[in-house]
Write a protein that binds this ligand. Structure first.
Ligand code: ADP
Ligand code: MG
Length: 233
């Protein structure tokens, strides 16, 4: 009997990232900020979730907890069925570099390293990458001509492209992007939109915090956050 594997995998819709009942509280002095208050979400292979909501609603905190860059005070994050929460930093780093590419709102590049050195550093933590693939990533992102530059020598748009090159350097299964088009020119925005479309067509999963309707339109699901909660979606 022949099995239709394409059909099978689509129906199965492998869950690549999952958050269960996430809580995150920040303390400064006597003040407590409840940045996440019981967030659930699930991201399947080839899906794209857009996180929208006002500034301060918890989007960045959620992305950082999902990536294991921040530790939730309650709840569980699972990456490819591996528990990410409450593990050692070394274990979180291993999971992150194996499966995830992350572009934060800012500070995606080490200031004393060139674009190419930033990319190589990320790659050195993950599986070996062939040089041809890396060049293809630069070309597709449109940063090939600037890979020997230091971050301080780049424009805002170029810095965003370089941040995306770092996020995609290890061909991750999951991309987490925090307002990737927040400070970029129209041409860079178009390049980012094209890249996300292609990445998803190849089976990649994306979770993106955004205020940009053009980015949100690419999503399979839009989740609205308010005061640390998902209020619809
Ligand atoms: P968004 O990305 O939606 O703008 P954030 O996740 O950055 O929201 O912030 C959610 C809430 O948590 C805000 O009230 C913010 O001030 C607070 N917050 C975020 N990071 C920290 C931190 N490191 N220390 C204290 N409070 C924080
Ligand atoms: Mg934010």
């Amino acid at each position: 009997m022949e099995i239709d594997f394409v059909q099978f995998s689509v129906e199965l819709n492998l869950r690549v990232l999952e958050a269960e009942e996430l809580y995150r509280f920040y303390h400064s002095g006597d003040e407590e900020v409840k940045a996440l208050r019981g967030v659930h979400l699930a991201l399947g292979e080839g899906e794209m979730v857009a996180l929208v909501g006002p500034s301060g609603s918890g989007k960045s905190t959620l992305l950082h907890c999902l990536a294991g860059l921040d530790e939730p005070d309650g709840g569980t994050v699972r990456v490819m069925d591996h528990v990410m929460s409450r593990r050692s930093e070394a274990e979180k780093l291993r999971l992150r570099s194996r499966y995830m590419g992350i572009m934060r709102q800012k500070d995606n590049l080490f200031a004393h390293l060139t674009v190419a050195e930033n990319v190589a550093l990320v790659q050195s933590l993950s599986k070996p990458n062939d040089a041809g693939m890396t060049e293809a990533i630069y070309a597709r992102i449109g940063i090939a001509g600037r890979k020997s530059s230091l971050p301080s020598q780049l424009s805002g748009g170029e810095r965003a492209r370089a941040g995306l090159a770092v996020a995609m350097a290890c061909q991750p299964s999951i991309l987490l992007l925090d307002e990737p088009t927040g400070e970029v020119d129209a041409e860079t925005e178009t390049a980012i939109l094209g890249l996300l479309t292609e990445y998803r067509r190849d089976g990649g999963a994306v979770i993106v915090a955004t205020h940009n309707p053009a980015v949100a339109r690419l999503a399979t699901q839009t989740l609205s956050m308010k005061d640390g909660k998902i209020i619809d979606g």
